[in-house]
Design a protein around this ligand. Structure first.
Ligand code: PMP
Length: 390
């Protein structure tokens, strides 16, 4: 008896890229003080008012099976929100509620890719992307982006790999780089996608975390609504990571296919979680701004402290809960830098290499600890980097 090859295929047999995180957890368990800037999760918990709504719903009896694509009220609220933000007519029929954005990414690739198909994603990427694609039986092919272009995807790089591919997965605001794709970049992506007849899967789970410019959903570009599947989530916008509620917004036939898959995999999302999400969405933009505000402040701190450094170039980040630092001037790889920083300063950051070859020589800093501690971490990180200069 043996485990299916599919599982080994998910990681490609290599490391999962989270060694620093595991090392840090072991240090903390052993009682050491480590400033941890690794994982993309808020340092606050879900707001009590949302938990109360969840409790009320559960106590009212909403604890049975919740088959299907989600409650129509929630699907309609998500559709209205998307329509208001993008100007694209969106019906509740276009929306499928999923157990988080991650499940939405998996379901979308399952619905669009057959085994053996090629599915493109940008590099650097959110750590699960290649594994999510491989789990469907498709081949994950990376489209490199470049530090010199602020990691914005270039039309030519996509086109060079697009022949015969089925899908392209993009992410704006971006994890790990913090970069928000501008309209011209998205228009280039849209041209490549149309020229090669691809589906575009647009991961927009950080769409409420914009520090500069504005979020443009590619679904809003001319001719793109019919071929774009946008993925959203309550995790980052409402600090609801543990509640597992996300969604896809897709053409109706794709939404139906994803619903068919859900009937045979997840059975949908618990009704009391859906009710809590609806409550949370109804709290409006000010609530979301309050959840995002700490990351906005800490990004400012990082920019201020690292400005003028000879050892570090900050990738111009304008969204999401991360900043990406180019540390190639030190002559170190991202892995070497992150491990040495942890050793010398007890500060944990993620090596760029954990997010793909294109981010080699970079490290990702999560903006996820209290402002004073974050400032201390940046000052010490900057000093450490200066000392590594050849
Ligand atoms: N996409 C990106 C870019 C992410 O960073 C994450 C979580 N870190 C997810 C999707 C998945 O989030 P969730 O499943 O909690 O919605």
């Amino acid at each position: 008896m043996k485990i299916a090859d599919r599982i080994g295929h998910i990681t490609g047999g290599g490391s999962d890229g989270w060694e620093i995180y595991y090392r840090t957890s072991a240090m903390i368990e052993a009682g050491e003080r480590v400033l941890t800037l690794t994982i993309g999760e808020h340092d606050i918990r879900t707001d009590p008012s949302i938990l109360e709504a969840m409790h009320r719903s559960a106590m009212a009896g909403n604890t049975g099976y919740a088959f299907g694509a989600g409650k129509q009220t929630l699907r309609a609220a998500i559709a209205d929100r998307v329509e208001a933000r993008t100007g694209v007519a969106t019906s509740w029929r276009n929306v499928v509620v999923t157990p988080g954005g991650q499940a939405a990414l998996f379901a979308t690739h399952m619905a669009l890719c057959d085994a053996g198909d090629t599915a493109l994603h940008c590099d650097p990427y959110y750590a699960t992307y290649p594994g999510t694609i491989r789990a469907t039986g498709a081949h994950a092919v990376a489209v490199p982006t470049h530090s010199r272009d602020s990691f914005l995807p270039q039309e030519a790089e996509i086109s060079a790999r697009a022949a015969g591919a089925k899908t392209l997965l993009i992410n704006t605001p971006n994890n790990p780089t913090g970069v928000v794709y501008d309209r011209a970049t998205l228009e280039g992506i849209a041209r490549a996608v149309r020229a090669h007849d691809l589906w575009l899967i647009s991961d927009e789970v950080y769409d409420t975390q914009i520090w500069q410019g504005q979020h443009v959903s590619p679904r809003a570009l001319p001719g793109m609504a019919d071929r774009t599947i946008a993925v959203g989530s309550m995790s980052k916008s409402h600090a609801m990571t543990g509640s597992r509620l996300g969604w896809v917004v897709a053409p109706e036939e794709v939404a139906e296919a994803i619903n068919t898959l859900a009937t045979n995999t997840t059975y949908g999302v618990p009704a009391y979680i859906q009710d809590a999400a609806l409550f949370a969405l109804n709290q409006g933009a000010e609530f979301e701004e309050r959840i995002a505000a700490p990351f906005r402040r800490r990004r400012e701190i990082a920019m201020r402290v690292l400005e003028g450094s000879n050892a570090i170039r900050v990738i111009p980040s304008s969204g999401a809960m991360y900043v990406m630092l180019d540390i190639r001037a030190t002559g170190m790889s991202g892995n070497e830098f992150a491990n040495a920083l942890l050793e010398a300063e007890r500060i944990a950051v993620m090596p760029g290499e954990s997010f793909g070859a294109a981010a080699a020589g970079h490290v990702r800093v999560a903006l996820t600890i209290a402002d004073e501690l974050f400032e201390e971490a940046m000052v010490r990180l900057a000093g450490f980097a200066e000392r590594q200069l050849p």
